[in-house]
Design a protein around this ligand. Structure first.
Ligand SMILES: [Zn+2]
Ligand SMILES: [Zn+2]
Length: 161
């Protein structure tokens, strides 16, 4: 069996997970694998459809349980705007994250901007909020779609509120 880049990436993620006290089951690894391969956000139902051919026992509920675990262990982020999930770009350390989501092609950029993080923290403090979730989701049109609207992404429209 050849080792694909995805398998190497998954092994690294499994090590991070173990260090955080989590046990990577076969199904958790399969879900994470689809997100790493996909390189784009996927909904629980899309994940179920991708996993079904390999494992007929997969249900939306079992996918959600895997996703909860992967989010809790900092390997996957949840995107509220598009109700989907994406593999973390820098899972080695816990971080507050900002997402820039393209409304046209569905591509997502994960940023880790310290100034934005500090600003949200200050905002919470000023308004008397103890923040437990610091993710910022911004929507718009990405650079590729802006310069070349005909050729952008995979053409998936993102239903943005
Ligand atoms: Zn991340
Ligand atoms: Zn785009």
């Amino acid at each position: 069996m050849t080792v694909t880049p995805e398998a190497g990436a998954l092994d690294a993620l499994e090590t991070i997970c173990r260090r955080r006290g989590g046990r990577m089951t076969r199904q958790r690894r399969a879900v994470l694998g689809k997100l790493v391969e996909g390189k784009r956000p996927l909904s629980a139902y899309e994940l179920r459809d991708l996993l079904r051919p390999e494992d007929p026992s997969v249900t939306p509920a079992s996918v959600y349980r895997c996703l909860d675990f992967l989010v809790d262990h900092g390997l996957v982020h949840r995107l509220e705007t598009t109700r989907s999930f994406i593999a973390c770009d820098h899972p080695e350390h816990p971080h507050a994250v900002q997402f820039l989501i393209c409304r046209q092609c569905g591509s997502v950029v994960e940023a880790e901007d310290k100034r934005t993080e500090a600003a949200t923290e200050r905002l919470g403090h000023r308004l008397g909020f103890a923040l437990d979730q610091r993710t910022v989701e911004l929507t718009g049109i990405c650079g590729t779609c802006k310069t070349d609207p005909g050729k952008a992404g995979d053409g998936r429209a993102v239903p943005c509120a």
